[in-house]
Ligand binder design. Structure first.
Ligand SMILES: [Zn+2]
Length: 301
């Protein structure tokens, strides 16, 4: 998954504006129908819990005695106070939009109406891309903390606020260089996969897991796809996924500590942290309580 294929259809979508009617054609989470930004970007924690990611706006409200009533329609319940607050924020955002009885219409930014078949074609392309990405990430939904899951979900969609990403959004920065090597533009894939320090970390981590590091991996998505294609035992695969998640998360933490706390990168510490945190996750969340630290340290279980 290169940047190009991901960005092209989104550019097309950027030029289409939905005019909300009853919400019968507009996708609740994915279309830009509230303040020109998709709700899944504003509320990633809620989106992770949505069981029907492609639901329409009209699937998430009913007309009651007091007018439009929005409801949480996912099969996955909102279980924490934080999530309930987020959902309340989401409702107050969508309440600003005027729901009408007419059908939704798509407009080009010039103001002319677009045919439904055109929208269908564009959406077809978008769906193809999203489905591929989501299936990979959602695999580890319950095995890692939610904030890490959201982080990875954004990594896969290339929505991490790296220097390169901020530049694209026209935020001025003094330098685009990666803080760790000071040598290349900091992109998600550079930071997490292709930079020298990332490569070193991955090779050490794969050595520890006693699995050959796949060659020519240029992105996290590619790595996930490669792991997915293996016919390992379920338990092993699960452990490998958790370790990959822990590695991405810790690489990002190290980068932040270098930028915001002026620390220098320490690969030995990083490797230790990855082993420790993945042990906690695998033990407490992945249903493998029988694992003990001595065994995990040599990745045998
Ligand atoms: Zn670098």
């Amino acid at each position: 998954m290169g940047r190009l294929t991901q960005n092209q259809p989104f550019d097309v979508q950027d030029r289409l504006i939905p005019k909300v009617g009853s919400g019968d054609k507009i996708l609740f989470w994915q279309d830009k129908w509230v303040e020109n930004r998709p709700l899944h970007e504003r509320f990633p924690n809620l989106y992770v819990l949505e069981s029907e990611k492609g639901c329409k706006v009209s699937d998430r409200y009913k007309v009651g005695q007091h007018g439009i009533e929005w409801f949480w329609g996912s099969n996955n319940a909102l279980t924490s106070e934080d999530l309930l607050c987020e959902w309340a924020d989401c409702i107050s955002a969508v309440k600003e939009v005027n729901i009408q009885e007419t059908s939704d219409v798509w407009l080009w930014k010039t103001g002319s109406v677009t045919s439904d078949s055109m929208v269908k074609t564009i959406r077809g392309e978008l769906d193809h891309i999203n489905v591929l990405n989501e299936t990979k990430v959602l695999k580890w939904l319950h095995w890692i903390p939610k904030k890490v899951n959201c982080f990875l979900w954004r990594v896969v969609l290339d929505r991490i606020a790296t220097k390169e990403a901020l530049q694209i959004r026209r935020i001025n920065l003094s330098s685009l260089q990666c803080v760790l090597c000071n040598n290349e533009v900091e992109s998600v894939n550079h930071l997490l996969m292709t930079s020298e320090s990332a490569q070193l970390v991955w090779s050490l981590i794969f050595q520890w897991m006693n699995i050959p590091l796949p060659g020519y991996i240029l992105s996290v998505v590619q790595l996930l796809e490669t792991i997915d294609s293996h016919s390992w035992q379920k338990k092993i695969k699960r452990a490998v996924y958790v370790v990959v998640a822990a590695t991405c998360w810790n690489l990002r933490l190290m980068r932040n500590e270098c930028i915001f706390k002026n620390k220098s990168p320490n690969i030995t510490n990083l490797i230790g942290n990855i082993k420790a945190i993945s042990y906690t996750w695998i033990k407490n969340r992945a249903g493998l309580q029988e694992i003990i630290w001595e065994k995990w340290r040599s990745f045998s279980f």
